[in-house]
Design a protein around this ligand. Structure first.
Ligand SMILES: *Cc1c(COP(=O)(O)O)cnc(C)c1O
Length: 391
């Protein structure tokens, strides 16, 4: 196959949708009540973690996702760290995470003093492959007194962290069944999947705890921010306590009953978040429109497929993704180079976790599918605002 010709056709398909002006991968939009709420927040002087916007954003998120409790924190990484700690991850444990994820998933495990145990993904939804994970655990772990123990390292495998890649739901029910069968706590990294549903149930609400991120590049943003979601009121209470310096509530006394964290989201950020959430449904609609426009253009382009939501799922289409059929890196490099040269921000997938310097010696299963996906994925400009651009 002639990769120069293929690259040219793919570039033309992209330009038919977004035009040829420079454009970012994903831009935030502030076209609702952001300014009003921030002003109200400043006027109230409640700019730190106490204030009505924290309460209101937490309630609004809970009702949107259908989860009982939401605890806002300073970012998605700390949300995951606290989630892992609360489900019992201790120093020297192992935690199963996908190879194909943002480094934050692995870092949260490390921040608990634990080690990632890295697992493969599947092509249909870019998430953990539950069948192959089951076989891997059968081959490498023993069940000892209700614990899952890695036969090679002797360490307890405490938790499993699926991630819903680019907003596409993983096969979370099957993954949850593996967690149950092997005594693993399930924590869902839903950082990318606010607005994504698996069989009508919101992602991040299947495990003991799920986490969100509101970083600037996510579907809605608070500048920086994250959330812990759970249906367990004890876990929610523990999350609130631990992220608020483990302070025992008292009108004037400073008393703390364990080593806590200062991880609560400031009211100022929550004010922006509440305004952003009000616009989420509209944004989801426009992102689906953008997908349809890319789909119309890519339908007739050979050697490449546009990634669509898995069956039984509703995806937020956070990042639009093409999958090249060619595994040689030539075509991918050409596309990345020609688009980025023109200021059209396209991106490859993250380098696999097991190839990053701090994680090269982690235990892992055969990662052939993730390795192939890494060589073939390109993310396209995905801002909702692009849905209305006339080329
Ligand atoms: C963005 C992201 C996070 C972490 O979020 P921050 O708010 O940036 O700390 C975690 N996991 C995944 C998969 C992400 O994409």
């Amino acid at each position: 196959m002639d990769s120069a010709k293929s690259a040219e056709k793919i570039l033309m398909a992209i330009q038919s949708v977004i035009g040829s002006e420079p454009v970012s991968l994903h831009s935030p939009e502030f076209s609702g009540n952001e300014w009003n709420y921030v002003k109200e927040c400043l006027d109230s002087t409640y700019v730190s973690y106490r204030g009505k916007f924290v309460d209101e954003f937490e309630s609004a998120l809970a009702s949107y996702t259908g989860v009982k409790h939401v605890v806002l924190v300073v970012n998605g990484t700390t949300a995951l760290q606290i989630a892992l700690k609360l489900v019992g991850v201790e120093p020297n444990d192992e935690v199963l995470i996908p190879a194909l994820t943002f480094v934050a998933t692995a870092n949260a495990v490390s921040h608990c003093g634990a080690t990632p145990n890295i697992v493969d993904s599947e092509e249909g939804n870019l998430g953990i492959d539950p069948e192959r994970l089951r076989i891997y655990l059968q081959e490498t772990a023993d069940q000892v007194g209700g614990l899952c123990v890695n036969r090679k390292t002797g360490r307890v495998i405490r938790a499993l962290v699926p991630m819903h890649t680019f907003g596409h739901p993983s096969r979370i029910e099957d993954i949850l069944q593996v967690a149950r069968d092997f005594n693993l706590a399930l924590v869902e990294d839903a950082a990318e999947s606010l607005g994504s549903f698996y069989k009508n149930r919101h992602t991040g609400t299947f495990g003991l705890i799920g986490t969100l991120s509101f970083n600037g590049n996510k579907i809605i943003t608070t500048g920086g921010g994250g959330a812990i979601m759970t249906n367990d009121s004890l876990l929610a209470e523990r999350a609130r306590h631990l992220t608020t310096t483990a302070k025992i509530p008292h009108p004037w006394e400073f008393d703390h009953d364990e080593v806590g964290f200062n991880y609560r989201m400031p009211n100022l950020n929550a004010a922006i978040g509440l305004a952003q959430l009000e616009q989420l449904d509209d944004k989801l609609k426009r992102k689906r429109d953008l997908f349809s426009r890319y789909e119309a253009e890519f339908r007739f382009v050979q050697d490449v497929s546009l990634f669509r939501e898995p069956v039984d799922c509703r995806s937020n289409y956070w990042l639009q993704t093409i999958l090249l059929s060619d595994e040689s890196s030539a075509l991918r490099e050409r596309i990345l180079e020609s688009t980025n040269k023109m200021g059209i921000s396209t991106r490859p997938a993250w380098k696999l976790i097991n190839t990053l310097a701090p994680y090269q010696n982690c235990p892992k299963m055969d990662l052939n599918v993730a390795a192939s996906l890494y060589r073939r994925i390109i993310n396209l400009p995905s801002s909702a605002s692009l849905s209305g651009v006339v080329s």
